[in-house]
Design a protein around this ligand. Sequence first.
Ligand code: EPU
Length: 335
Amino acid sequence: MNIQTDFSLKTYNTFGIDAKAKQFTSVQNIEELTTVLEHNTDIFILGGGSNMLLTQDIDKLVVHVNLKGISIIEENEDSVWIKANAGENWHEFVLWCIDHNYGGIENLSLIPGNVGTTPIQNIGAYGVEIKDMFSSCDAIKITDKKIKTFKKEDCNFGYRESIFKNDLKDLYIITSVVFKLTKKNHKTNSSYGAIETELANHKITNPTIKDISNAVIAIRKSKLPDPKELGNSGSFFKNPIVPLELYKKVTLKYPDMPHYVVSETEVKVPAGWLIEQAGFKGKRFGDAGIHEKQALVLVNYGNATGQEIVDVSKNIQKTILDKYGISIEAEVNII
Ligand code: EPU
């Protein structure tokens, strides 16, 4: 196994931060992963690097989980269970499913990152979350190297949340995920306003899964920066879930504030709106900034350090708290 030292992680994180790993290795299969775990205890697990912000060098062995492979493990007339290994690129996997006419994850097109990290934060977009199609995942326990299968009900999925981000944080490495997808009578979800508009613009009334994917790709490209061109990690913050009383109080002063009902006592408020209203959209502080088309996305214009981006995020959080009394929490893992 090839272990490199003093290794730049710049091309291994979508923010493009030039932090260094004391040691680095990329594992291609479970056996290699197990061997690494047997010989090293001080490790840092790296997937697609699309949901993290590096604020320092990593004084450990960074293990890049590069397990590839897609296979059908079960099917019946209506459904198919597909297992994808953790290192598969998520968007390429989505396109593979669409090409094979397997439906369910088309709304999650063009989300950066790898398959193995999708359950960790229950990725979601345009009315769909990964938990909707998640069947199970296999994960290796770092301490005893045993593989455990987690069923959907084991994962405590919530909005951008799962057990892997909370109780089991840093204890398991996800090695593969099984998704249950449809083979026919696909239940397409085009209820999200931007998708409806995009389809209407193309005069599509009865969309296929490919039409939905194309619409999502067009919307994302128009709003969200491509990490290959401008370093970013998608939404930097979660949309805050706010008690109804606080929401009512804030709307007395800011009646235009959008919201989505979550329960009888809580609403979700778009953080992008709060950040834009607070005047941050498109602002730049050195090489760190707030994207000009989607205020929820922080960007690296080139040579920003992780700390500079964190400083911008803290400035935003404080301003929003002072202005609206609402706390917004980072979605991205700050390391
Ligand atoms: N808004 C603004 N200004 C902005 C951005 C948004 O006023 O700069 C307002 C919009 O006008 C709209 C509302 O906020 O009323 C919602 O905006 P949008 O539809 O763009 O979605 P979002 O809530 O900002 C979430 C996800 C995205 C996902 C989209 C579409 C989170 C944290 N983010 O963003 O996920 O693509 O919905 O479903 O839930 C990601 O996680 O990396 C990500 C991009």
